[in-house]
Design a protein around this ligand. Structure first.
Ligand SMILES: Cc1cc2nc3c(=O)[nH]c(=O)nc-3n(C[C@H](O)[C@H](O)[C@H](O)COP(=O)(O)O)c2cc1C
Length: 252
């Protein structure tokens, strides 16, 4: 049975993002998936890594990476983190639902990554990128923007949404997951009036209705392309004859 984890990074379940996440959950349940949920707002997930999570005194040294590793090894990770790690380990697929806030996913989602993606639990020095611990899993980002599709395009004044999502995509690529091409719903905001508002409602309704077909097509949905490990030299730089798939990793 396929297990799908839905992660909602929005403070309001009754937002469009909340409705979109619900549509994903229902579609997956209808396909017979086991559905796991992380509604970060409802959970009041604490996305700020801090010594208090590990009982480390203010005057003591605090190295977050070592604190996470030590807690994982001792089996006493913070309970909220341990629960999230278990969900990621169980999941075959993850669907993230979030709005774009200030040209990036909301801070709570970055914080979820900072705290949950613990070394030796979901990745390790010898198990990352092509050999990532999470090989075989795949992830999809469903993002909303207030700006229009044109404004979020490669030449748009808001900047290219695909680039804004790249650091998050690279995070899951680092873990070894396949990353599906992100899906976006644009122009989502409450300032439309009259016919514009009705048109928006109809468009958002279509997104919710279409979510089942989108998720049913998971296997054929295009994947983001990343360089393979052997396309980098010993210093970790892109080899001259290797392709560049993103301005984040390009030839000088
Ligand atoms: C703090 C904040 C920052 C935002 N920054 C952006 C942005 O950088 N680009 C954009 O297109 N929309 C931005 N928006 C608009 C949101 O993307 C929009 O409200 C959201 O996608 C609507 O989805 P919702 O109805 O589920 O909240 C921002 C909204 C907030 C609250």
């Amino acid at each position: 049975m396929t297990t799908t984890l839905i992660v909602l990074a929005h403070p309001n379940q009754r937002s469009f993002n909340g409705a979109w996440a619900e549509a994903s959950a229902k579609a997956c349940a209808d396909m017979g998936h086991e559905v796991l949920w992380s509604d970060l707002g409802a959970m009041e997930f604490d996305g700020i890594e801090a010594r208090a999570h590990y009982g480390i005194a203010p005057e003591a040294a605090f190295d977050p990476l070592k604190a996470q590793e030590a807690a994982a090894q001792a089996g006493n990770l913070p309970s909220d983190v341990a629960r999230e790690i278990e969900k990621v380990q169980r999941a075959d697929r993850i669907v993230f639902h979030f709005p774009i806030w200030w040209f990036a996913p909301p801070a709570v989602l970055k914080g979820w990554c900072d705290r949950v993606l613990v070394q030796n639990e979901l990745h390790a020095v010898e198990q990352r990128f092509d050999r990532g611990m999470c090989r075989g899993k795949s992830v999809l980002f469903c993002a909303t923007t207030g700006a229009s599709a044109a404004e979020c395009g490669p030449d748009g004044k808001e900047g290219d949404l695909q680039l804004q999502l790249w650091p998050l995509a690279q995070t899951f690529r680092y873990l070894g997951m396949q990353v599906l091409e992100p899906v976006a719903t644009h122009g989502v905001h409450g300032y439309h009036e009259g016919d514009d508002e009705a048109a928006l409602e109809a468009r958002l309704g279509d997104v919710l209705t279409g979510q089942a077909a989108l998720l049913a097509n998971w296997g054929r949905h295009p994947r983001m392309r990343f360089n393979s490990d052997d396309e980098f030299d010993a210093a970790g730089r892109l080899k001259p004859d290797a392709p560049s798939h993103t301005p984040f990793v390009r030839h000088r």
